[in-house]
Write a new protein. Structure first.
Length: 125
């Protein structure tokens, strides 16, 4: 199988009420998002998917988060915008977007880095 990875970034603030430490207070991150997709076959050009096209799908999702206070968004009214929940949210939104346009592509994982040394990888199935 071929696996293809793109990396993108967005900036957003959050706070984690109830967390026993300084992350309970309002702060921001430069989030790095790694998206990995796979396919057993290649298209007529010999590609899994055009990097540019995949980056557009990722941007359509991350643009909804960029420069927002994540706790205020509808998605996080009932749960906290932790790196875990952000990775899961991006995975599920991307899954919808990719499966609608390119059913042959499998979303393998979304990895959300909230700092250079801390990341969460989310996958399903
Ligand atoms: Zn944080």
């Amino acid at each position: 199988m071929f696996e293809l990875t793109v990396v993108s970034h967005f900036e957003a603030a959050h706070c984690l009420p109830g967390y026993p430490g300084k992350c309970a207070r309002l702060h921001g991150h430069n989030w790095t998002i790694e998206v990995c997709v796979g396919s057993e076959t290649l298209n007529e050009l010999g590609m899994v998917i055009d990097f540019k096209v995949l980056k557009r799908h990722v941007a359509n999702v991350t643009d909804k988060l960029d420069h927002h206070y994540l706790n205020e968004l509808a998605e996080w009214q009932l749960k906290l915008p932790t790196a875990e929940h952000i990775a899961q949210y991006i995975y599920r939104e991307l899954q919808k977007s990719l499966s609608a346009e390119m059913p042959g592509i499998r979303l393998l994982h979304v990895k959300t880095w909230e700092s250079a040394s801390s990341a969460v990888l989310y996958r399903e199935g």
